[in-house]
Design a protein. Structure first.
Length: 268
């Protein structure tokens, strides 16, 4: 499913905390001044730029540290390998833990959503004549891609997947992640391998929403987000942390990568 949004559709979902952090602003008055400028620029961009999302709801089951996904959108089941925490003081979690093994679990535990969002690439390049507005537009494009992921996740929970149809959360509650399930993004602590984007691209065809990948799996435009949506009530975020040589070799085998490429993609 491909969705397109006007800026006004997603602007209210922006988490301004990260916008202020990018500017290294801590003073509340300065933050409000900058936000007012940003909102004026967003108003100027309305109708010219848009954000985009692609999402696919798939049947899924776990097999060790892999999740096997199936959908009418692609031929046959596809295997997504994940990493597990290894530190002695960790809970030894893996994202595959939140999907039931084949033949077990509930409809919620045996499905997941694959997604990506992006903002029109031109928003980051059309302001070259004004360095300040260019920087402002680039940072807002990043926030809009994240806001689109927030809006999309809400739609997935309420309608597309529909496992929480009666959910009524404020924007602040959404930002505090008070909904059921998680939305781990590629490159973040529980999903640190950016090359996972190659697997998502094979399944979602990211170019449909204007995303292309570099040799390392980074997305272009930069204002893009990709990842998974898991609905299990016990699902939570965590950090993989250090990756031992044993797991690195096993992960490379499961991904079909050379050990050198696995090291490069994971920066270990």
């Amino acid at each position: 499913m491909i969705l397109h949004y006007d800026i006004a559709d997603v602007a209210s979902y922006i988490n301004w905390t990260y916008f202020y952090f990018a500017w290294q602003l801590k003073d509340p008055d300065e933050q409000q001044r900058l936000r007012a400028e940003a909102e004026r620029l967003l108003a100027d961009c309305e109708g010219t730029y848009h954000t985009h999302a692609i999402v696919e709801l798939a049947d899924a089951y776990s097999d060790g540290d892999d999740i096997v996904v199936s959908s009418t959108a692609w031929q046959g089941p596809r295997r997504l390998p994940f990493l597990r925490q290894q530190q002695a003081d960790s809970d030894h979690l893996c994202l595959a833990d939140f999907i039931a093994p084949e033949g077990y679990g509930s409809p919620i535990g045996n499905r997941l959503a694959l997604f990506a969002t992006s903002t029109d690439g031109a928003m980051a390049t059309d302001f070259d004549a004004d360095p300040y507005r260019k920087l402002m537009a680039q940072l807002l494009a990043d926030r809009l891609a994240e806001a689109t992921a927030e809006r999309l996740h809400q739609q997935v929970r309420r309608q597309i997947w529909g496992y929480a149809p009666g959910e009524q959360l404020t924007i602040a509650e959404l930002h505090r992640e008070q909904f059921q399930g998680i939305r781990p993004a590629v490159g973040y602590p529980s999903l640190p391998d950016a090359s996972m984007n190659f697997l998502l691209d094979e399944l979602l065809h990211l170019s449909q929403i204007g995303i292309n990948l570099t040799e390392s799996g980074a997305m272009r435009p930069h204002a893009s987000v990709s990842g998974l949506m898991l609905a299990h009530p016990a699902a939570r975020y965590f950090s993989i942390g250090p990756i031992g040589a044993d797991q690195l070799a096993d992960y490379a085998r499961r991904r079909g990568l050379t050990l050198a490429d696995a090291r490069r993609f994971l920066n270990v």
